[in-house]
Design a protein around this ligand. Structure first.
Ligand code: FAD
Length: 470
């Protein structure tokens, strides 16, 4: 048999964590291989996550605007209809273009790409079960596990990906459902729920907490729920789902209200199970080499993403922390720098979170509730988009910017935005926090007029002094 190929670095998983690490390593001159079993690169994010969901959110938001907003601007679009197949095709085209782009980037940076499933043969050897058939063994001085996550199933709600679907199935439905029950009022449930709600589906979101996205700042969560309800999304909160069944003649969800013991069964066409995600390590043969996972199945790592096995690292959704593509990417670069002895650091306090609904919700740092619980004295600045000239001009002025800063030093501790373009605007808060800016620093920074970003500046003014326009 052929000689075992030797690498400086083997990356298992071609998602945003893995492919970024592989490209960075290639740029640094490490002999690198990236192993991916899906058949395409980009991981959950590009194939069944961030990108396809954003494509559908963008398309359906245009539909919403055409139906509800055009009139006010004097634009008549009398016959608006949806070609669902084409809408799905645009999403597939976007995904296809981006995944093949990553393949090109690996090549450009001289990274080998193996299409197959990697598993540990020994501490520094990996067997790749190739998609094309056969198994290839490679040897690597360093190994990064970036195998990501998968949807968490919930008891008695088995997903058939046709009637009871996970996010993956929800991205490829063959027709627009009449009624959808969404189990889970987190980011994925609300984003995909929004997509179908805009397409005319009756969407009911089930949550066990008393608010939507309970991790959000309280003011933002309350405002968020109101906005979604105004669009027609319905919520049943403080409930527990006991079972869900699906079929061609209708699906059902059995739920219970723990406070009262009351039980209900709801009929629908599609049940979307969006109750979180869990680390994916199946097939890696971690036991064989003794790599330790925690009680949630996540691979345990130290501050330098090292597992308990020398030379083996793990990053992204498969380890602790926020399950976000940009968090995985930051770790991908930092771990390679660490391997090369070039430092490598991720500031976990400044990782933004964005919900790409309408309006968008974006935040970074601590919420007001967290500051209260930690007994930190803070100052608060609020600025509504109602008072922002660009938002008013655009007839798009739902929402607000909320800045939380340290009462003594003025340093920004948290930025929370609900409103148009919140996902882009949060970058200013992230940059400010990364550089240790105070609210006053940003308030005294010139912002172009008329832009939405002036709302960010004015919320900072409100946090240390007074805003001008509100
Ligand atoms: P993954 O992207 O999961 O990639 C891991 C890869 O490893 C997979 O392709 C898998 O096939 C491969 N693999 C696993 N085992 C093996 C093996 N043994 N051998 C070879 N390959 C293997 N995050 C955001 O930041 N913004 C968003 O807007 C956003 N939207 C999302 C929407 C949805 C519907 C979902 C489901 C997720 C979304 N996420 C979003 C989360 C984001 O997709 C993940 O945080 C991100 O993909 C994690 O990257 P990763 O590299 O750690 O893992």
């Amino acid at each position: 048999s052929a000689a075992v190929k030797e690498y400086d670095l083997a990356v298992i998983g071609g998602g945003p964590g893995g492919y970024v690490a592989a490209i960075k390593a290639g740029q640094k001159g490490l002999k690198t291989i990236c192993i991916e079993k899906r058949g395409t690169l980009g991981g959950t994010c590009l194939n069944v996550g961030c990108i396809p969901s954003k494509a559908l959110l963008n398309a359906t938001h245009k539909l919403y605007e055409a139906k509800h907003d055009f009139k006010e601007f004097g634009i008549t679009a009398s016959e608006i209809s949806v070609d669902f197949k084409q809408l799905m095709k645009q999403k597939d085209n976007a995904v296809g273009g981006l995944t093949s782009g990553i393949e090109h980037l690996l090549k450009k940076n001289k990274v080998d790409y193996a299409k197959g499933a990697g598993k540990f043969a020994s501490d520094n050897e990996i067997d790749i079960d190739l998609l094309a058939g056969g198994t290839e063994r490679i040897k690597a001085k360093n190994i990064i596990i970036a195998t990501g996550s998968e949807p968490s199933p919930i008891p008695n709600c088995p997903a058939d990906e046709k009637y009871v679907v996970s996010s993956t199935g929800a991205l490829v439905l063959d027709k627009i459902p009449k009624k959808m029950m969404v189990i889970g009022s987190g980011v994925i449930g609300l984003e995909l729920g929004s997509v179908y709600q805009r397409l005319g589906t009756e969407v009911i979101v089930l949550g066990n907490a008393d608010k939507v996205c309970p991790f959000l700042d309280g003011d933002i969560s309350t405002s968020f729920r109101k906005s979604l309800e105004k669009q027609g999304m319905k919520f049943i909160l403080k409930c527990r789902v006991n079972a869900a069944r699906g079929g061609p003649n209708g699906s059902q969800v059995d739920l219970e209200f723990p406070e009262t013991g009351k039980k209900e069964t709801h009929d629908c066409d599609i049940v979307l199970v969006a109750a979180g995600r869990r680390a994916y390590t199946q097939g890696l043969q971690l036991d064989k080499v003794g790599i330790i996972t925690d009680k949630y199945g996540k691979i345990e790592t130290n501050d330098h993403w090292q597992t308990n096995l020398k030379g083996v690292y793990a990053i992204g959704d498969v380890i602790k922390g926020a399950m976000l593509a940009h968090k995985a990417e930051e770790e991908g670069i930092a771990v390679v720098e660490h391997i090369l002895g070039e430092g490598g650091h991720v500031n976990y306090r400044t990782i933004p979170g964005v919900i790409y609904t309408y309006p968008e919700v974006a935040s970074v740092g601590q919420t007001e509730e967290e500051l209260k619980a930690a007994n930190i004295s803070y100052s608060k600045g609020l600025f509504p988009f109602q008072a922002n000239s660009r938002a008013r001009t655009n007839n798009d002025s739902d929402g607000l910017v909320k800045i939380l800063s340290d009462l003594k030093t003025g340093r920004i501790l948290g930025a929370h935005i609900i409103g148009p373009n919140a996902g882009e605007m949060i970058a200013e808060g992230v940059l400010g926090m990364e550089y240790g800016a105070s609210a006053e620093d940003i308030a005294r920074t010139c912002h172009a007029h008329p832009t939405l970003s002036e709302a960010f500046k004015e919320a900072c003014m409100a946090a240390y002094d007074k805003p001008i326009h509100s």
